[in-house]
Write a protein that binds this ligand. Sequence first.
Ligand SMILES: [Mg+2]
Length: 264
Amino acid sequence: MKPLPYPEAPVGILSFDFDGTLHDPEADPAVGAVFFEKIMKLRELGWIWGINTGRSQLQMKQGFMEVRFPFLPDFLVARERELYTPSEFGNWYPVEDWNRQVERDHKRFFRKVKKPLQRIREYVVSETQAEWVEQEGDPAGVVASTEAEMAKICERIDAEALHSPLLGYLRNTIYLRFSHKDYHKGSALAEVTKRTGITAAEVLVAGDGHNDLDMLQCCYANWIICPSNAHVDVQQAVKDQGGYIAKERASLGVLEALEHFFPE
Ligand SMILES: [Mg+2]
């Protein structure tokens, strides 16, 4: 699996979330072949495209294999913040200076928010059915029992964040991980945009979940889209910004929006 030859002068960026936005576990194939055909056409016009996901780089590599991508994207944002680019042979390389900065800032972040995190942990453990998770690379996270419970936990975190301005989190359905407020899919995409030498006026974003809200914003993209299966909060955000809510699900919905904005 390899990327397509990189355009001499990219004209724009397409940034897609993976799970739910392109990948539909209920569909067969999980990502429509017609979607890749459209990407191929846009790629010929000089657009570059990337996956902007909460998955780790390894989990995403599995995703590419599972779905049998006919060609790799031109960039990958993993764990909502780390950047990777593929070699012409399809090996993924970290964008080292950026990823080092991300790691350094997160180490500092977790030292700084120790106390507020402790208070949130106490709340989660004693007052909810949710589970507090600590794992390699992710020092603090929560798995709630329901989405409603997660919404309540987010309110509690938001209250705590009023006094800890760095305290951020990335939420996807019942999963949440704590993160430096400045690092999310939006800021990662802004870094890709800057490095590509273009502006947000030439960027399109597509997402379906809460962790996509950070990139589904006018400051990062000119075209904002979501498939029909996007969370209601996401649909509302897309609507509020004059974006496009597709009638179709997942990759077919994204394709519908691409055809809407770029018919040829
Ligand atoms: Mg998603």
